[in-house]
Design a protein around this ligand. Structure first.
Ligand code: DP6
Length: 360
């Protein structure tokens, strides 16, 4: 599939006014996307668990403008409050997607959005936020072109979301999503995320993700800056190759249900992501002392009990604690008694694998 297939070839019928609404989940990468080319094309393939509780809910009101001009016409509200500071990001997004949604300048949009997780939690809302908006825009296109297939709808929603934020391409469906062309994954593409198409062992069903909020502050490095640092990174090539190999390895692990191998792979991915940041120029340490305390506690508890607790990280200090459903009771008790003390104000979020966005 190539980009041009996402340019509507039908004359889209015009609808004067309407409203559409979607809830879209966040996701947590197991093999990390870090490094991109022009037009939000990833340097390496990534795979993620779609989350369930952490999501963005977006309502999009649209009304036909009497006259259209060179500018987009929209307003954006977060939790009912006007957010003019969000406008430049949306403007850039609209510029990137206009070729694929030619009606954008003919409408005024009111975007009402809210997140189920606190804005200042250190959890990025770009994946769920951009995918919710992309889905709303696809619903507008679908009203104009009711014949559109579900498959095309999902692919194009992921394609558009990717142009807003790379990881957002993985927030349309669930429960495991692959983004980036990979020889061992049929149907995979650099342009959009796809549902992982192979057998997954029961060990990974309803997997838990308890997110420990170690630092709720603004990100020290934006992901755009971080991705760009991979351009001149001395280890970039090796890292991209490693990610590709890790996806191949993960495919076998997901089938066999080998939890030990799963843990080794995802923890190594998390630490490699941070190692890339520590070894770029300029360099960054995004973990905090409490991030390391938590990691060490997880390792000792795993050694003592043989339970399958593990962690992953995104580009910040928070820790995602991952564990299988049948070990929930003991591991959750351990988290509450031993790990929550390292969270800022004791805050954490209980989440688990989810099954994708929902039309409201
Ligand atoms: C560390 O998707 O936020 O979370 O494409 O610039 O918006 P942009 O980057 P973004 O990068 C996410 C990076 C990551 C790893 C991952 O989710 O795969």
């Amino acid at each position: 599939m190539i980009e041009n297939e996402f340019i509507p070839d039908l004359k889209l019928s015009s609808i004067p006014v309407g409203v559409v609404s979607w809830s879209a989940p966040s996701n947590i990468a197991l093999v990390k996307y870090w490094g991109k080319k022009e037009n939000q094309i990833p340097e390496n393939q990534s795979i993620s668990f779609t989350l369930d509780t952490c999501k963005t809910i977006t309502k999009l009101y649209f009304s036909k403008r009497d006259t259209s001009d060179e500018n987009y016409s929209f307003e954006i509200l977060l939790d009912g409050e006007n957010k003019p500071d969000f406008k430049p990001k949306i403007n850039t997004f609209f510029n990137r997607i206009e070729a694929y949604l030619p009606f954008l300048k003919s409408y005024h949009f009111k975007i009402e959005t809210s997140n189920t997780f606190p804005h200042s939690s250190g959890i990025a809302s770009s994946a769920s936020g951009m995918s919710a908006l992309a889905l709303c825009l696809m619903s507008v296109e679908k009203l104009m072109n009711p014949e559109m297939s579900q498959e095309y709808f999902n692919k194009k929603a992921s394609f558009l979301a990717r142009l807003g934020s790379g990881s957002a391409s993985r927030s349309i469906e669930g429960d495991l999503i692959v983004w980036g062309k990979h020889n061992a994954i049929e149907g995979s593409s650099d342009l959009f995320g796809i549902k992982y198409p192979y057998e997954v062992h029961d060990n990974f069903k309803n997997y838990n993700d308890t997110i420990l909020l170690v630092d709720k502050g603004e990100k020290q490095v934006s992901s755009t800056v971080g991705h760009n640092l991979m351009h001149s990174h001395p280890f970039a090539k090796t890292r991209f190759k490693q990610a590709e190999e890790n996806i191949t390895k993960l495919k076998a692990i997901l089938k066999s249900g080998d939890l030990e191998a799963f843990i080794a792979l995802i923890e190594s991915e998390a630490l490699t992501l941070h190692a890339m940041m520590m070894t770029s120029m300029p360099y960054f340490i995004l973990m905090k002392p409490n991030t390391l305390e938590i990691i060490n506690k997880i390792w000792s508890f795993r050694k003592e009990t043989g339970l399958h607790i593990s962690f992953t990280l995104d580009a910040g200090a928070n820790v995602h604690v991952l564990y299988p459903e049948n070990e929930t009771e003991e591991i959750y008790n351990f988290i509450k008694t031993e790990l929550v003390a390292y969270c800022q104000n004791g805050h954490y979020i209980c989440d688990q694998i989810g099954f994708g966005a929902q039309k409201l």
